[in-house]
Design a protein around this ligand. Sequence first.
Ligand SMILES: NC(=O)c1ccc[n+]([C@@H]2O[C@H](COP(=O)([O-])OP(=O)(O)OC[C@H]3O[C@@H](n4cnc5c(N)ncnc54)[C@H](O)[C@@H]3O)[C@@H](O)[C@H]2O)c1
Length: 383
Amino acid sequence: MTDYSMAGRMAFVTDHMSILGAIADRFRRERPFDGMTVATRIHVEPKTGVLLEALAAGGARLVAMGNKATTDDATAQYLIDRGIVVLGARDDDDSTIQNHMRELVASRPDLLLDNGAEIIELLVAANQTVRGATEETTSGAITLRGPLAGRVPFPVLVINDSPLKAIVENKHGVGQSVIETIRSATNLLLHRRRLVVLGYGWCGRGIAQYGRAAGADVVVVEPDPIKALEASIDGFQVSTLDTQAPLGHVFVSATGHPGVITVVHMEQMRPNAVLANAGHFDNEIDMTTLRDVAEPSERGADITRYRFASGTVIDVIAEGRMVNLAVAGSRGNSIEIMDLGFSLQALCLERLALDPGSCLNGDQPVPADIDDWVAAAMVTELS
Ligand SMILES: NC(=O)c1ccc[n+]([C@@H]2O[C@H](COP(=O)([O-])OP(=O)(O)OC[C@H]3O[C@@H](n4cnc5c(N)ncnc54)[C@H](O)[C@@H]3O)[C@@H](O)[C@H]2O)c1
């Protein structure tokens, strides 16, 4: 049964996603997805729910699944009650998630919205094709340009490469929500605490900026010399993790790369150092090795304490999963920011539905006319 507070929340979110709302109204009239199955692999929560309802308004049959530990079960039920197939729940284990991913592929989608390129990998492995796909994340783009390069026989529009998404969502959305979530999960003051941000890409820039606004002394670790220069000229101390491991109070990774915070670093940390990850996959903090070498115990719902044989104790938020979505009760990026990102998604899926021939096979940027339309709509919205 639908939870009525959920219906109220959906109405609130829908009312604040006005750009996507205008697109949904047009979809309702023009039905660009009539007769098509659209599979989506993206965090199931209210803002995604508004995107799914917009695609359904355009005639799509939807099969949706979330990412590991980020599904909001109340939103999933709300969508199921409206005829959308939603696979999975927040507490699914890895083998259940794998089964749902296979079910998504078996639904024989015409269009795919992927998030991490894992479904694209499955399609390629199965020699299965689609009319076209979108990819939401940096991590997915890394896979498309690495192991999948030259092997994807359909167009993939990489939403993450849009300058709009980088500037608005990755920087401001992630920056705000990661800092808010760390504060709410720990209930700690960040003021004058040393916050070590790993990665000064789009997400890292935002986390550093919003961390500074919260009063933290921010130190950036960034191997790319040009981005390190940018961090420095933006007023942040630039250092290495080897130097900062014993000094930081809070560590946040946002790199898109595995094993960035190793157990060697963790063992050198000050007592009760707090670790969080904002990157897409839960491997930026080396949790696998940490679980092998340190003793875990709970410290409230979202924080696990790990004690090393040496006596060092550190606290990891949400087991190193994407902190701003995995912490219970966190709401992810703000509504207006996802209005922009999901408007890009909706218009790219429409382009792939109506005119796939205008795109090349493999990864490519969002078409410039779509970027321009959404940017202009957001400027109007913010004015
Ligand atoms: N939490 C969220 O809501 C959210 C939203 C968008 C993206 N993401 C994810 O966040 C991650 C980062 O995304 P982005 O857009 O900032 O990527 P980006 O490519 O702009 O930045 C990543 C940065 O990390 C740096 N880096 C690489 N290895 C490093 C290391 N060992 N130590 C320190 N820095 C290192 C790179 O040089 C680069 O500057 C990705 O996994 C992405 O999928 C999360």
